[in-house]
Design a protein around this ligand. Structure first.
Ligand code: C2E
Ligand code: CA
Ligand code: CA
Length: 687
């Protein structure tokens, strides 16, 4: 309606304008035609009265006659007219021309001009101005009236529709929604009421029916659920019972797999497991522990004379007595036959021996068997972690070796010593294994730092060989180097060691690490005529410069055949090597040889160093060796430096280089460089 009103308004304005146009034109023409005569007669009064008459009409603002120059020839203006009354005229002015000009340019006034013609000649112009504002105002008022009516009708219709919706649709929908919510929250008792016969009322009806149906369904479902949950509960109970039975069975099986059925003691499997756990515990805590292997001395006789059942009873009794002696944290197990094993965590060697003695005493009283009272002795072998071995199979093996030793010399109790292996059956098999070790990469070089006390840094490392046997575990060189020396394998082994050391040296050089590597050569190596050539080949292959590799040869190896050693050391192929006399002080060398040897270093044997702080005679030997070696201009290395007091004493005595567990044990390559750094950092922190 609004749009229509605007459209009509525009239309009306156009029509009014057209009508005014026609009216204006005809009035101007009329004025022109009546003005001919007065103009010809120069009758100003009549001319003026025509203008006045025309002007008097309601919508005419002005009417005037102007000459060709547009100068008014009449002088009448209706000063009551609202447009004219606004224009200020100069006082006593009779000139109406400026007023007419202004009126002519007013956009609210429609202006008309018609020429006054007589016999084809233009005499003047008739000007008429019509005020169009009243017509436009009328049209506008019409338009606003229509719009007002439109708004009033729209409002009325809108409000009626809203009210209709509210009561007929929204309210019932709200009721329905509340009903659905009730059902969603399992409230079924509230009836939905929508008055009337409409579709929503029908919907409410079916909704109510559905509600009742649902109520019934849910009630029966709840019943079923309850039954189901009862069933479930009893099922779970049964599963739980079964699981417990199975667990008991499982742990029984596990126990049987781990225990000796006769004595109930841990069997070999469990002992091994305990041993491994104790090793990790000791690694963490840095403590030592003991492994005992024990067997009964006359068990075979008991078995043979009294029969197996009595033998078994004896074993059970022994097991009982053993269990009475040990601590709760200790493990007592039966490995098989009359062989028992014990693992005693957190114990040193002295205390371990005490415990072994207690076991021995515990077994002394006679055992009562089948009306017999018999005495039975036992032999106990002891191996200590970590001094004797760091690995479980090795520990058991060494304890076993010690046990044989105890049996052999009837000492009852024996702690493992390195020498034992020389006589043990293991020695024979090691020889076979060593060949395989060389071929299957079971060997590895570890490196122990040699610390320069004049430069306060690690200038060199000693390569020490390690053998990781897949069954026997870690085997130290003292156990297999002598075998290699006796079996002729030593040349092959030393060749391998030298190649590894040269290769390592080259790798470090390339990585910018300047470390001299010392390797150990055996006496047998020095009598090998191929050695110099082999060394020369390695020097070439790895472009080794002088000072890169040092060779340690024990004093006793040198004294075994000094002339030959001097010859080989002087061979031109060996000139790039440096030489060191190892284990000095144990080989009774004569001063004359010492002077002739082309060596640059002497290592005082660790047996003098270990206790030099407490043992005066050791200290004086170390002191005189240092002075003697310095008098030959060789440098002195003290090995086996285990504590700070020893280091201080060596420094005071002017020792050049120290090596020992105080700084580091021999380490695999990948741990070495970091270790060297900590050693050197400690020095710089102390300086
Ligand atoms: P060695 O040449 O006198 O080597 C020093 C031995 O003393 C090394 O034992 C080293 O681990 C140990 N040691 C170093 N510092 C200390 C310390 O502060 N306290 C104690 N208690 N011991 C310390 P390892 O490695 O068991 O070597 C034993 C021997 O086996 C060596 O004695 C050497 O004679 C021989 N050996 C080791 N590696 C080789 C090798 O590659 N070739 C040859 N031919 N013999 C080797
Ligand atoms: Ca050495
Ligand atoms: Ca040595």
């Amino acid at each position: 309606m609004g749009a229509n009103a605007v459209f009509q308004y525009n239309n009306e304005v156009r029509v009014v304008n057209k009508a005014l146009q026609a009216r204006g034109e005809s009035i101007a023409e009329l004025l022109a035609s009546v003005s001919v005569e007065p103009l010809l007669l120069y009758d100003d009064v009549t001319l003026n009265s025509h203008a006045e008459f025309t002007s008097k009409q309601k919508d005419i603002v002005f009417a005037t006659v102007v000459n060709e120059e547009k100068i008014p020839l009449t002088h009448y203006l209706d000063f009551k007219n609202r447009y004219i009354s606004q224009i200020k005229l100069a006082e006593d002015s009779v000139d109406i021309q400026p007023v007419v000009e202004q009126l002519k340019n007013n956009r609210n006034i429609l202006f008309f001009e018609t020429p006054v013609i007589f016999e084809g000649k233009k005499l003047a112009y008739a000007w008429v101005g019509i005020d169009r504002t009243p017509y436009e105002a009328l049209a506008r008022r019409n338009m606003f009236e229509i719009i007002a009516v439109a708004i009033a009708v729209g409002l009325f219709v809108g409000i009626t529709i809203i009210l209709l919706f509210k009561y007929k649709i929204f309210r019932p929908i709200k009721i329905l929604t509340r009903g659905t919510q009730d059902i969603a929250e399992f409230r079924f008792d509230e009836q939905i009421v929508i008055p009337g016969q409409g579709e929503l009322a029908v919907l409410a009806d079916s909704f109510n029916q559905m509600r009742l149906q649902l109520k019934k369904t849910i009630a029966s479902r709840n019943l079923v659920m309850q039954e189901l949950s009862d069933l479930n509960e009893s099922l779970e109970e049964r599963v739980h019972e079964r699981t417990q039975e199975l667990q008991i069975l499982n742990s029984k099986i596990a126990h049987e797999a781990m225990h000796d059925p006769l004595t109930g003691l841990p069997n070999r499997v469990l002992v091994t497991e305990q041993l491994q756990q104790t090793i990790s515990h000791s690694q963490r805590t840095g403590t030592s522990f003991a492994v005992f292997i024990m067997d009964l001395n006359n068990f075979k006789e008991v078995n043979d004379t009294l029969g197996h059942p009595e033998g078994d009873r004896l074993l059970v009794d022994v097991a009982q007595r053993l269990a009475e002696v040990v601590r709760e944290s200790d493990t007592v197990g039966r490995l098989g036959g009359d062989e028992f094993a014990m693992v005693l965590p957190d114990i040193n060697e002295a205390d371990a021996v005490k415990v072994a003695n207690k076991i021995h005493e515990q077994l002394l009283p006679s055992f009562a068997l089948d009306d017999h009272s018999i005495k039975i002795g036992a032999s106990i072998g002891i191996a200590m972690y970590p001094i004797h071995a760091e690995e479980h199979t090795a520990l058991v093996r060494l304890a076993d070796v010690a046990m044989y030793e105890a049996k052999k010399d009837k000492s009852n109790i024996c702690v493992y010593k390195t020498d034992f292996d020389k006589y043990s059956p293991l020695r024979l098999s090691l020889m076979d294994y060593l060949q395989t070790a060389l071929d299957t990469e079971q060997l590895e070089l570890h490196y122990q730092p040699k610390v320069s006390l004049t430069e306060n840094r690690v200038t060199s490392v000693e390569a020490l060989i390690r053998w990781y046997h897949p069954e026997l575990g870690l085997i130290f060189p003292d156990q297999f180097i002598p075998i290699a020396e006796n079996s002729g394998l030593i040349d092959k082994l030393s060749d391998w060691i030298m190649e590894q050391a040269f290769k390592q040296w080259r790798q470090w050089q390339d990585a910018g690490i300047d470390l001299q590597i010392a390797i150990n050569l055996s006496a047998r190596n020095l009598s090998n005529p191929d050695l110099p050539e082999y060394v020369a080949g390695l020097c070439d292959k790895y472009q080794m410069h002088t000072d890169g590799i040092k060779t340690e040869i024990t004093e006793s190896a040198i004294m075994y055949n000094p002339e030959q050693v001097i010859e080989i050391m002087s061979d031109e192929n060996m000139q790039k090597l440096r030489f060191s006399i190892d284990d000095f002080g144990t080989g009774y060398s004569s001063l004359s040889y010492l002077k002739r040897l082309p060596v640059s270093e002497v290592k005082i044997d660790k047996s003098f160093v270990f206790d030099m702080v407490n043992n005066e005679s050791d200290a004086s030997i170390v002191k005189s060796v240092i002075n003697l070696v310095h008098s030959f201009d060789y440098s002195v290395v003290a090995e086996g430096v285990e504590n700070l007091e020893t280091l201080r004493m060596l420094e005071n005595l002017g020792c050049d280089v120290a090596q020992g567990y105080l700084f580091s044990k021999a380490l695999p390559v990948d741990e070495l460089i970091a270790k060297i750094k900590t050693i050197e950092d400690r020095f710089s922190a102390n300086s």
